[in-house]
Design a binder for this molecule. Structure first.
Ligand SMILES: Cc1cc2nc3c(=O)[nH]c(=O)nc-3n(C[C@H](O)[C@H](O)[C@H](O)COP(=O)(O)OP(=O)(O)OC[C@H]3O[C@@H](n4cnc5c(N)ncnc54)[C@H](O)[C@@H]3O)c2cc1C
Ligand code: FES
Length: 362
């Protein structure tokens, strides 16, 4: 992933119920590369940022789609309702995220996709890119409250007619009268049809509550391997514990930090993640708040300091593997605690546009 800042112009807006579908064009299409399943951050006036998943595959002309649920009183939602017109210019930073396609290793094992609401966006991008080549059977379960909320139902039905290996199951949680749709929650509808997911990959996007329930159900009772569960949780920053849990406590740890070529001693209070401690000093901004999906908190250790650290978890290593220019002593600051293992360590914070914009980002 090569994180950059981009200027976008809005070329079209379509409103269906409480969902706005935006078509945007990047002003420098040649540089604008992302992988299906990733997201970007729109930087709103005043520096506030909002994450949105790409709803279409990456194209050479820099045009792409976003699906935005309009929330009452929401900052970007209100901006969309009132101000946003065609030709409107927006700034974005990205791409981020690791809910990427994993080629199936067993053609007989089904691939499951679970979405709630606008969580359909990244799955649509993945399906449009991968369905033409995929040999395995793909099942999409899309959950909404009522039939009227399912703004792309006709599109996915026609896709299931075009590709015989693609099955689309609409799931409604508050409308039992639609005989063409399953009733209840997406994870339960999927679990009813797939007893054995031991060789499957599952992609789940949208509500964090659905993602948590699906992971528990499918790994505990349907043999899904946790590393084959790929997620994009639409959790707002204010809902995410990592930002709230910033109260420092315990010992103060001294380490050396080089940023933009300047090396400085930093005294960081313990009891929090290294990402939060460095953010509090204005030295970095972890876009995803510690959910291990953005990579903007990457730091480079000196070899001697690196060797005394506890090794990275599998999920930290997996995200590091997807980042550009990663060296052997790189770690994610959001996955490390400020404690004695960091005492005297030397770290470099690599340059990236998010860190450059950190003073302006709320
Ligand atoms: C990785 C990722 C990808 C995402 N992709 C998408 C996507 O493709 N499509 C999509 O629609 N959304 C997506 N989201 C969610 C999106 O980023 C925004 O959170 C959402 O659109 C709301 O933005 P907003 O500015 O309109 O509302 P906000 O200003 O964030 O407010 C949202 C709602 O919460 C209320 N609220 C605000 N602050 C608080 C608070 N402190 N306590 C309680 N309530 C509060 C507001 O009144 C409003 O009703 C994604 C999120 C993540 C993390
Ligand atoms: S990976 Fe996003 S903050 Fe660390």
């Amino acid at each position: 992933m090569n994180v950059s800042e981009y200027q976008l112009s809005v070329s079209d807006i379509q409103l269906t119920g409480s969902v706005a579908r935006l078509v945007l064009t990047c002003e420098t299409p040649g540089d604008f590369l992302y992988k299906e399943g990733q997201y970007l951050n729109l930087v709103l006036p005043g520096g506030h940022k909002r994450a949105y998943s790409f709803a279409s595959p990456c194209r050479a002309d820099g045009t792409f789609e976003l699906h935005v649920r309009l929330h009452e009183g929401g900052r970007f939602s209100e901006m969309l309702r009132k101000d946003l017109q065609r030709q409107y210019k927006l700034t974005a930073v990205g791409p981020f995220g690791d809910c990427l396609w994993h080629p199936p290793t067993h053609k007989d094992a089904p691939i499951l996709m679970l979405a709630t609401g606008t969580g359909i966006a990244p799955l649509k991008a993945l399906l449009e890119a991968e369905l033409p080549h995929c040999k395995a059977r793909v099942w999409l379960y899309w959950g909404c409250r009522e039939a009227a909320d399912m703004y792309l139902r006709g599109y996915f039905e026609s896709l299931s007619h075009r590709y015989s290996h693609f099955n689309f199951v609409p799931v409604l949680s508050r409308d039992g009268s639609d005989t063409q749709a399953a009733c209840g929650h997406v994870q339960d509808a999927a679990a009813r049809h797939h007893a054995d997911l031991s060789r499957s990959h599952v992609y789940a996007c949208g509500s964090p509550r659905m993602i948590e329930a699906a992971k528990a159900l499918l790994t505990e009772s349907h043999f899904l391997r946790p590393e084959n569960f790929h997620v994009d949780a639409f959790e707002a920053a204010w809902e995410h514990g990592a930002f709230a849990d910033a109260a420092p406590k315990g010992e103060v740890v001294e380490l050396w930090v080089t940023v933009e070529g300047e090396r400085k001693k930093q005294l960081l209070p313990g009891g929090q993640s290294l990402m939060l401690a460095l953010s509090a000093c204005g030295l970095m901004h972890g876009v995803c708040g510690g959910r291990q999906s953005c990579g903007t908190c990457r730091v480079v250790f000196q070899e001697s300091g690196f060797r005394v650290l506890k090794p990275p978890s599998r999920s930290e290593q997996r995200l590091l593997n997807t980042l550009n220019n990663v060296g052997p002593y790189d770690r994610l600051a959001c996955q490390m605690h400020v404690d004695s293992q960091l005492s005297g360590a030397e770290i470099v914070i690599p340059d990236n546009p998010v860190n450059r914009m950190k003073q302006h980002i709320a």
